[in-house]
Design a protein around this ligand. Structure first.
Ligand code: PMM
Length: 289
């Protein structure tokens, strides 16, 4: 039987969701795991390193990237989902298409992760309701096609909370049940660096909405502009540090997310985040003694 969201939640600790991007063009690891066998091997490796869940995706959400056709997306993700699920791993499918989500659930995925929160495909809310599968509702304001487009918020944390709540209400009105839903504030999606830092600072407002919260800061652009590093970009429009140089910062933001009550953190490199979360566990165990 498929696990429920409650089965996936580990009280008092955050789960680690390892990212398996089966894409030629993701911003941080595009092309590395495009071959299905390489993607499956990478998934196994992440489980060895401590991942609890594997998030398989076949479409890059990088602004301006070409959407794969439905068939292309299925060809990318389905063999990978099937192989990882058959090996007994908890697999999540990162897709905005109901048909892809449906096929992957059939193939053994246990969770649907939709960066559009069910907005991109009009068939998604019905699939969520009929499948009963755990569903991640991410905060989204549409696909940005222009990388220079500037998002606007007066109060990013408040607006993200209100817009997520509206998505939840919509999904509930279409037959989903609350115990299926996971929220995600959508770091980096229609948010600039200042918005992302404010969101991290105010994450407890999102976790206090009462549903499990998934947080994905991994290797995102705002982590490539940290001050105090030798060679750090000082000009506001200078190139950020490359994505693979952002894993320590990812571990730090993931630890902060866990402290704010996130149920899971979504990362490209499992080791640093696993150790950061273990530090928190050790301190809490010592405090309880
Ligand atoms: N970020 C990306 C893709 N999928 N899903 C969720 N739930 N949350 C995220 O923050 C998120 C996501 C973009 O990162 P990637 O292209 O490196 O996977």
């Amino acid at each position: 039987m498929r696990p429920t969201v409650a089965d996936l939640v580990l009280p008092g600790a955050a789960r680690i969701m390892g990212i398996v991007n089966v894409t030629p063009d993701s911003f941080s690891d595009g092309g590395r795991w495009f071959d299905p066998d390489a993607a499956v091997a990478h998934g196994f490796e992440m489980v060895e390193e401590g991942a609890d869940l594997l998030d398989v995706g076949g479409e890059s959400t990088r602004p301006g990237s070409r959407r794969p056709s439905e068939q292309e997306e299925l060809d990318r993700v389905l063999p990978v989902v099937r192989a990882l699920a058959d090996a007994g791993h908890a697999v999540s499918i990162d897709t905005m298409r109901a048909s892809v989500a449906d096929a992957c659930l059939e193939a053994g995925a246990v969770l649907v992760n939709d960066v559009s929160g069910g907005l991109a495909d009009p068939d998604m809310p019905a699939l969520v309701a009929s499948s009963g599968a755990p569903f991640v509702v991410m905060h989204w304001r549409g696909l940005l096609t222009d990388p220079d487009e500037r998002p606007h918020y007066d109060d990013v944390v408040g607006e993200v909370c209100r817009e997520l709540t509206a998505r939840v209400d919509d999904l509930l009105s279409r037959g989903a049940s609350a115990d299926q839903l996971v929220l995600d504030p959508g770091f980096g999606f229609a948010k600039d660096a200042a918005h992302n830092w404010e969101l991290l600072a105010g994450l407890e407002q999102v976790t206090s909405l009462g549903l499990p919260v998934l947080v994905g800061t991994s290797r995102k652009r705002f982590l490539g502009r940290l001050p105090h590093r030798p060679g750090a970009p000082v000009e506001p429009d200078a190139d950020p540090a490359p994505p693979t140089d952002r894993d320590v910062a990812t571990a730090a933001t993931s630890l902060l997310a866990a402290r704010a009550g996130a149920f899971a953190v979504r990362v490209h490199e499992v080791g640093p985040t696993r150790d950061a979360l273990a530090v928190q566990q050790m301190v809490e165990a010592a405090r309880a003694r």
